[in-house]
Design a protein around this ligand. Sequence first.
Ligand code: ATP
Ligand code: MG
Length: 212
Amino acid sequence: MITLALSKGRIFEETLPLLRAAGIEVLEDPETSRKLILTTNQPEVRVVLVRASDVPTYVQYGGADLGVAGRDVLLEHDGEGLYQPLDLNIARCRMSVATRDDFDYAAAVKQGSRIRVATKYTAIARDHFANKGVHVDLIKLYGSMELAPLTGLAEAIVDLVSTGSTLKANRLVEVERIMDISSRLVVNQAALKLKREPLRRLIEAFASASPK
Ligand code: ATP
Ligand code: MG
């Protein structure tokens, strides 16, 4: 049996065409079914639905043989025991710093200064400001980051941006782009040895079908 860990939503939707290219059709729709284990047309392949940030954990400990996870999630998780053979180029967005439109970010990040930043992505944010030589007070949030600069909780946020419309609706501006984000295939290292052939075929099919 091959177990693939996916999260509901964009990663599931954007992985479907890759599975199809490998001859795999998922037989249940996670938007209408409450099942967490989905069968496919291949009796030897199943999909498990987990939280986006739990995908690396499932794959690392062998709860799944492979999975699809965002670069953001992988950077926040320490990827011990995870093989990352492929950038799938799906679920593309960017990690950025945003502030209120009336905030002087350039002045706030002059070398040696201090800034208060709210984010779900504390590892990425810590690294980014350390590289700039800016002292950062990080406030960990789990969602609705846009609210932080509006309420005075923080001066800036570090968050994923795709169209920018959520920022705009909250009168925030993207003041710095930290990195481009896409989702990657992650594979359990023991599974790669024990189920070498079927996993190799799957990885190859994903590689040739993934957007360029
Ligand atoms: P959860 O909803 O379980 O708390 P999450 O909100 O991080 O987790 P999703 O919103 O499903 O999960 O995002 C999954 C992945 O998709 C993210 O880790 C990121 O790599 C990518 N992603 C997030 N937002 C966007 C976006 N607006 N456009 C494209 N890709 C995105
Ligand atoms: Mg979400």
